[in-house]
Design a protein around this ligand. Structure first.
Ligand code: NAD
Ligand code: MG
Length: 388
């Protein structure tokens, strides 16, 4: 029996994680669940999974959640202290880090310091503070299992191989909803168009990141830290069918890939049950029914966010954290209808131009530069926005 905490249980990854847990009650027990704003769903999850602790991000929501859970034996907490209590709860062995954005940083760091293994979905933690997280993973001697499908694929393709023999990591990307949209038309695409991902069903922020291809940029940085690989050895291939989830090329010219129906339950289950493989309900692949698997290089002139992510990781130090903060604000502002799709990249680029990178020695310093990036990006959005 593995005891788990899910940070962000009401999100897309959180819900898929609970589906795996529900299918394997003999293997997993939920100790704590945390959510942002969706109290109704959290209350239903508390009834079904009977965690010891449940947490809402905003302390003001605690009384309402308590009322919704009257009679249930569950400690209900709120705010960052609550998130940390859930992440560090004594019984918990593995924390599924599935909060979206830099908001996941502090509770995930607390979990590592408390000696918990991490199943990591929250890529923004590694983008903003990769070197600090990887140092903490070593120092506190915990395991880090990737949940992101590409990184799970790379992890699986590395099993049994020496990292010294790796020549290249190839991350695949679907290309998102605008893969075949002419660049000139990108200026006019709507929020609804951008939320219409062809292959994956995900939270709104990552869906927009997929449309801009910032998601792949974040994943390049995530891979750089997870696999301790220089960025020059991490390539991106557009693969619109999303069947090969990523690949590793070795010095002998052999390439090992991981394939599957695009469904996050597969990488989540691998992260939770490693090194075992357990049933997920994911539809098996029928390669004979496919018309073909295609691959090509991404167009970084069209998808500027991908180029910006490479620029940020090459600049290093605090630049990826600033890029991430600007992206979070730009995506939020785009979703609110206050900037256009192409202004997402413009906001990020201008925020990065206004920043001189400096070393980050602690999570507190990361949070400070994250705040700086948010304020700068908000100001830029106000200046360039369509509804000033
Ligand atoms: P989501 O928006 O569906 O869910 C996010 C969860 O975090 C929700 O439970 C929400 O309530 C909670 N949350 C949001 N803001 C919070 C805050 N400030 N404080 C505390 N809790 C907060 O997002 P998602 O699609 O599940 O993605 C979660 C993470 O996993 C992201 O980092 C994303 O990049 C990564 N990821 C997602 C997928 C996917 O298929 N959805 C795939 C790979 C990686
Ligand atoms: Mg991914």
């Amino acid at each position: 029996m593995k005891n788990i905490t899910i940070l962000g249980s009401t999100g897309s990854i959180g819900v898929s994680t609970l589906e795996i847990v529900a299918a394997h009650p003999d293997r997993f027990r939920v100790i704590a669940l945390t959510a942002g704003k969706n109290l109704e769903l959290l209350a239903r999850q508390i009834r079904q999974f009977t965690p010891r602790i449940a947490v809402v991000a905003c302390g003001e929501d605690v009384p309402r959640l308590k009322e919704m859970c009257t009679g249930l034996d569950c400690l209900i907490l709120g705010g960052i202290e609550g998130l940390i209590a859930a992440a560090t709860s004594e019984e918990t062995e593995t924390v599924v880090a599935a909060i979206v954005g830099a908001a996941g940083l502090v509770p995930t760091a607390a979990a590592i310091r408390a000696g918990k293994d991490i199943a990591l979905a929250n890529k923004e933690t590694l983008v903003t503070a990769g070197h600090l997280f990887m140092e903490m993973i070593k120092e506190f001697d915990v395991q880090l299992y990737p949940v992101d499908s590409e990184h799970s694929a790379v992890f699986q393709s590395m099993e049994g191989h020496r990292s010294a023999d790796i020549q290249r990591i190839i991350l695949t990307a679907s290309g998102g909803p605008f893969l075949n949209t002419p660049t000139a038309q990108l200026a006019h695409v709507t929020v609804r168009d951008a939320l219409n991902h062809p292959n994956w069903s995900m939270g709104k922020k990552i869906t927009i990141d997929s449309a801009t291809m910032m998601n792949k940029g974040l994943e390049v940085i995530e891979a750089r830290w997870l696999f301790d690989t220089p960025v020059e050895k991490i390539d991106v291939n557009i693969h619109p069918q999303s069947i090969i989830h990523s690949m590793v090329e070795y010095v002998d010219g052999c390439v090992i890939a991981q394939l599957g129906t695009p469904d996050m339950k597969a990488p989540i289950a691998y992260a939770l049950a490693y090194p075992e493989r357990i049933a997920t309900g994911v539809k098996p692949l029928d390669l004979t029914s496919m018309s073909g698997l295609t691959f090509f290089a991404p167009d970084t002139d069209k998808f500027r966010c991908l180029a910006l992510a490479y620029r940020a990781i090459n600049a290093g130090e605090s630049m990826p954290a600033v890029m991430n903060a600007a992206n979070e604000i730009a995506v939020e502002t785009f979703l609110d209808g206050r900037i256009s799709f192409l202004q997402i990249a413009e906001t990020i680029e201008r925020t990065m131009q206004a920043h001189t990178p400096h070393p980050l020695q602690s999570i507190e310093e990361v949070l400070r530069v994250d705040q700086w990036g948010r304020i700068a990006a908000r100001e830029i959005c106000r200046e360039i926005g369509v509804l000033k």
